[in-house]
Design a protein around this ligand. Structure first.
Ligand code: AMP
Length: 423
């Protein structure tokens, strides 16, 4: 299937060419015709499947079809509500990319920063608004935004929206929308409360489902290290001593844990930064940009901060701890191996988390391969002197190997498997 087969107009096809997208993803093939047809859509898809373009492309086409109207009297006709600022920024960047050959204007609003530049953009007139719920309601209440002209409404990452406590905000927003509109609702998981919420928003929706959350993307190879709490720090250094892990997104359950990891890695001269709720918007954006630009090697994130983050061609994810919700594991590892790229997810498990691993394996219906060459295996005792010595010996050996190979090793990364290692 080609984008041309989806009956898209040439300004969009040209923009997609510029993005080097050769063909639509499954969710795009399934959703775009429905949205173009004017149907409400209930989409079950996790990030990484191309779902953002699946709703953005047909919305742009709708707006272009009604161009005469909207250009004369520019008011917000499309609204996308999404839970996190990072996601909002990315959605807007994508809108801009896909609509670059049109006159459509979009802007993004989110909390945690001054509203001044956001209200200025709104006053200039826009067609598409991407917003997080709190700032949206705030600016509606201040009179900067009216939702009366909304024709296309998207609720993105609905499950995370509820997890983050946005349910009341969402309900208030829905009440302000015109009854006659087209609505699209996307969620990675579809528990009962999400289905109930979708019923309040959608009319006779067409259901679209790809990659249910229980199936970790096929392109992601998963590995497991079993260890103890007091060995995790050294185990992480052991894992990172492998130069093939050029860039890693590392998950920590807590903000405090994330800060500690950054401190420890920095001591070992590993370039890293943290993104979590206690860091302000500028710090988070800078960390993300530095990571995307390749200036930092390890980005340490909590689950909420990392939600929906789109890092092109990210190959490695490390779970420094095992999440107690199995779905969170699937979301985490879904950060790598996106849109068909190969990804490797490495998880570190301490004894208290063994049960979580079993639950995850049940959900994903596969066993996560255990790394046997682990210098810090899980025991019921803390690391003894012999183990510590062995660790130092291995570290030294790897360091020597690393420097010996550094110049030889310029070729783009192949899977380590090919070289007889385990991932
Ligand atoms: P999403 O699931 O919307 O977060 O998209 C994941 C990634 O896939 C983003 O980096 C998109 O730019 C990229 N992407 C979306 N559609 C395509 C496509 N048809 N071909 C290649 N990459 C795509």
């Amino acid at each position: 299937m080609k984008f041309e087969d989806l009956k898209l107009i040439s300004p969009i096809l040209d923009a997609l060419k510029d993005q080097n997208y050769s063909e639509p993803t499954e969710i795009q093939v399934k959703s775009i015709p429905l949205v173009l047809n004017g149907d409400d859509v209930l989409g079950s898809a996790q990030t990484g499947t191309g779902k953002t373009a699946a709703f953005e492309i047909p919305i742009i086409q709708h707006l272009m079809n009604g161009e005469q109207n909207h250009l004369k009297n520019r008011k917000i006709s499309s609204l996308v509500v999404t839970p996190t600022r990072e996601l909002a920024i990315q959605i807007e960047e994508n809108f801009k990319a896909y609509s670059k050959y049109t006159h459509i204007r979009s802007t993004v609003i989110f909390g945690g920063v001054s509203q001044h530049s956001q209200t200025r953009a709104l006053k200039n007139g826009i067609d598409i608004l991407i917003a997080t719920p709190g700032r949206l309601l705030d600016l509606i209440n201040q009179g900067y935004i009216s939702l009366k002209g909304i024709k296309y409404f998207v609720l993105d990452e609905a499950d995370r929206m509820l997890d983050m406590g946005f349910i009341h905000d969402i309900k208030k927003i829905i009440q302000k929308l015109p009854k006659k509109r087209q609505s699209l609702f996307f969620s990675a998981t579809m528990p009962q409360n999400i289905v109930d919420l979708s019923r309040q928003i959608l009319v006779n929706p067409k259901k679209v489902s790809v990659n249910p959350v229980s199936s970790a993307a096929e392109t992601i190879k998963q590995f497991l290290y079993m260890t103890n709490k007091d060995k995790k720090r050294n185990l992480l250094l052991h894992i990172l001593s492998d130069p093939k892990l050029e860039q890693v997104l590392l998950f920590s359950r807590t903000k405090h844990g994330a800060n500690k990891i950054v401190k420890n890695l920095s001591k070992k001269n590993i370039n890293c930064a943290a993104i979590h709720g206690d860091r302000n918007q500028n710090q988070r954006q800078k960390a993300l940009k530095d990571f995307k630009d390749g200036n930092i090697r390890v980005l340490v994130a909590t689950d909420i901060a990392a939600r929906g983050i789109d890092i092109n061609k990210l190959r490695y994810v490390i779970n420094y701890d095992i999440p107690n919700e199995s779905e969170t594991y699937v979301h985490r590892i879904g950060r790598c191996g996106r849109a068909g790229e190969e990804g490797i997810a490495i998880s570190i498990c301490e004894p208290e988390e063994n049960a979580y691993v079993r639950n995850i394996e049940k959900l994903i219906k596969q066993k996560i391969p255990l790394i046997s060459s682990n210098p810090f295996p899980q025991t019921d005792k803390p690391m003894n002197n012999a183990e510590k010595k062995e660790f130092e010996r291995q570290k030294q050996k790897r360091r020597q190997e690393f420097f010996a190979n550094r110049n030889k090793n310029k070729k783009k990364l192949g899977l380590i498997e090919k070289e007889g290692k385990q991932y």
